[in-house]
Design a protein around this ligand. Structure first.
Ligand code: HEM
Length: 154
């Protein structure tokens, strides 16, 4: 594992991430753009799952908001991996970075559990509320862990 992390840190892309000030800034900005798209859409959907605006059919709302949330997540994952390249060894050792990855995995699992199970249109209101509550706790927790990475030494 250490050898893999060391090799990743020596690739040309990792070197570019460390040396290019504007390159790093651009990737970081795209990361924030992906996060905004993800959080902005998922919070609206979660509020509906929790019971707000009951006149909006959850399946219909999901058809509009879920593709945008997935696009935001994919953008955040791609750009997050590039940010990681700037210091693979350091991030891999960081408890906060590891916590962030665990929270992402739990949040994605929660979404898949509903999506691949009953689905937004077929789930009971109780099941929708549970998924919405977990999502509303997990995604902002990922955001906090990401933001605090720059300020927590370990
Ligand atoms: C595989 C997915 C992801 C990876 C590998 C990743 C990795 C990273 C890395 C390495 C940083 C730089 C930390 C630093 O300043 O030292 C970062 C920043 C950040 N990440 Fe992620 N990230 C991922 C997904 C996400 C997601 C899904 C969210 C939010 C829901 C998120 C929220 C943030 C935030 C808020 C920052 C701070 C941005 C800033 O203030 O400039 N990340 N991420």
């Amino acid at each position: 594992m250490d050898a893999l992390l060391a090799w990743l840190g020596e690739t040309a892309l990792a070197e570019w991430m460390r040396l290019s000030r504007w390159g790093y800034a651009a990737i970081n900005t795209l990361h924030v753009l992906g996060i905004s798209l993800l959080i902005g859409t998922i919070v609206a959907l979660d509020l509906r799952l929790l019971g707000c605006r009951r006149q909006l059919p959850p399946g219909e709302l999901g058809r509009l908001l879920q593709p945008l949330a997935v696009a935001g997540l994919l953008l955040a994952m791609a750009t997050g991996s590039l940010l990681f390249l700037a210091d693979p060894g350091g991030y891999a050792e960081s408890w906060l970075f590891r916590l962030k990855l665990v929270l992402i995995a739990l949040a994605v699992a929660n979404a898949l559990w509903l999506g691949l199970g009953p689905g937004l249109a077929g789930a009971t209101p109780r099941r929708l509320r549970l998924a919405g509550m977990l999502s509303l706790l997990l995604w902002p927790a990922v955001l906090l862990a990401g933001r605090f990475l720059a300020f927590v030494d370990d």
